[in-house]
Design a protein around this ligand. Structure first.
Ligand SMILES: [Zn+2]
Length: 139
């Protein structure tokens, strides 16, 4: 008895299989490109690690989280007006180490921030010593 070739699948089925193979190939290529892009970004930027971010009650996603990596951010100091750069390293520290508010951005340059910190400490000191003096007076 002669071997019979298995029946060819009908033309529509063949086309469906071919299309599936083509789509799988495109998907594999896209995946490979995505990996390549991510590696390029990781070489040039600090990546965001969302697990390290401080807790926040917002439903929104900050831009840097959606982007997945930090970029240096120029800004004008709100106090003295000079142009500053909030670097990727500073941002990563603020969001992931200090667990700072994910919606907060730098607004003061370093000297102004230091000045503001000293001013606040002084005000707190004056307030507390005022309270203490009041307490003593009441006794
Ligand atoms: Zn300043």
């Amino acid at each position: 008895m002669k071997d019979r070739k298995p029946a060819r699948p009908p033309v529509l089925e063949r086309r469906r299989l071919k299309r599936g193979a083509r789509e799988a190939k495109v998907a594999r290529e896209e995946e490979r490109d995505r990996g390549r892009r991510l590696r390029e970004i990781a070489k040039a930027h600090l990546l965001v690690n969302p697990a390290n971010l401080g807790p926040n009650n917002s439903y929104g996603v900050p831009e840097f989280v959606a982007r997945g990596y930090y970029v240096d951010m120029p800004f004008d100091c709100r106090s003295c007006g000079i142009v500053q750069v909030w670097t990727e390293t500073q941002q990563k520290w603020w969001y992931e180490t200090a667990k700072g508010d994910v919606w907060a951005v730098a607004v003061l340059c370093r000297p102004c921030r230091r000045r503001e910190k000293a001013r606040r400490a002084e005000a707190r000191e004056a307030h507390l010593s005022g309270l203490a003096a009041k307490g003593k007076a009441a006794i």
